[in-house]
Design a protein around this ligand. Structure first.
Ligand code: PEP
Ligand code: MN
Length: 350
């Protein structure tokens, strides 16, 4: 339920309404926007009549949130969430491009890729170290050794690192190293993992499940937000359809739909959504034109030798070309590419 305060409501009146909400066993989410102060009452509100709040001093209107997700809803939080991320922001005017290999394979591979994507204009480095492979016999990732290598690549380039987490047992080690926790498509509905991440304060990139609806993606985001972690971005990475010419089908519709339904930043992954390096740039351009806040793209110095997802990985030169085109589209959209400010040292960003 949303309790919208009058524009001239006093802080004391807002406090009194909050106290009333809490006394009914509900939790409070306060949003103090430019236009209005909105008090979100979260919990079992369906049996509580709106009149319980309508008569209180300073209250303008009381509305029920019709969607099953609350904290993720734009109705609840009308302004875009803009996440600060080490020198740049996600969800505001800047377009962030996260890039790097599907898997971290070796020191030279990750350092070379990190330098190349930085040079081309990426604002974050991606790399998997715990890999969700369809076959148990396929390469499963370097684990903590891979995290060490990513941390070294961050020191060399200043790029924050985005790494997939597969299970809550990895949370402590992941938080120690990473800037953004990626929750992969296969774990979008791993509710125990989402709850554990909700208790952390690390930024999350939540990918849409292979066959998940947009509403299911938003319900998964709600698990993280409900735990108190507001640092969530969503990622469309293609869905399963009857089409076999591409690995998945990019749901371009999801971008404007999500921007309408939620205040959270929306990222597109053109690598997994197409599965072919030849189609990645076209879909990356389309995503920015459709209003996405950023991209996550697989780049490998030698895709033919990649241990995973080589077919969809861009060579650094192709990636640089893509960034250039995306930058031009960003400008048309009144936006600009994010660049990392400052340098990373073992103590953090300077
Ligand atoms: C990945 O980013 O390498 C990955 C496994 O992605 P997804 O979870 O979208 O399949
Ligand atoms: Mn991959």
């Amino acid at each position: 339920m949303m309790i919208i305060m009058k524009t001239n409501a006093t802080p004391q009146q807002t406090e009194a309404v909050i106290a009333q909400v809490k006394s009914m066993g509900l939790s409070v989410h306060l949003s103090q926007g430019v236009e209005a102060t909105i008090i979100g009452a979260i919990g079992e509100t369906h049996s509580i009549p709106t009149e319980r709040f309508e008569g209180l001093d300073g209250v303008d209107v009381v509305q029920r949130i019709t969607q099953p997700y609350k904290l993720a809803s734009r109705q609840f939080h009308p302004e875009n969430t803009v996440l600060p991320l080490d020198g740049f922001t996600v969800g505001g005017d800047e377009i962030s491009i996260m890039a790097g290999p599907c898997s971290v394979e070796s020191r030279s591979q990750i350092i070379e890729t990190a330098l190349a994507v930085k040079e081309a204009g990426a604002s974050a480095l991606r790399g998997g170290v715990f890999k969700p492979r369809t076959s148990p016999y396929a390469f499963q990732g370097l684990g903590e050794e891979g995290l060490e290598l990513l941390a070294e690549a961050r020191e060399v380039t200043g790029l924050p690192i985005v790494v997939e987490i597969m299970s809550q047992v990895q949370l402590d080690v992941m938080i120690k190293y990473v800037d953004v926790l990626q929750v992969g498509a296969r774990n979008m509905q791993n509710f125990n993992l989402l709850r554990a991440i909700g208790e952390s304060r690390t930024t999350v990139l939540l990918k849409r499940g292979l066959s998940a609806t947009i509403e299911e993606l938003l319900m998964s985001a709600e698990y993280i937000l409900a735990g108190g972690n507001q640092r969530v971005m969503l990622c469309e990475r293609g869905i399963r359809t009857f089409e076999t010419a591409t690995r998945n089908t990019t749901d371009i519709n999801a971008i404007p739909v999500l921007k309408n339904l939620t205040h959270l930043p929306v990222i597109l992954d053109p690598s997994h959504s197409t599965g072919h390096a030849d189609y990645v740039s076209a879909i990356a351009r389309a995503a920015i034109a459709a209003g996405a806040d950023g991209l996550i793209v697989e780049v490998h110095p030698d895709p033919a030798k990649a241990v995973s997802d080589g077919k969809q990985s861009l060579k650094p030169e192709k990636f640089a070309q893509m960034v250039n085109q995306v930058g031009q589209i960003a400008q048309i959209m009144g936006r600009r590419l994010a660049t990392v400010q400052g340098e990373y040292t073992k103590q953090g960003w300077a």
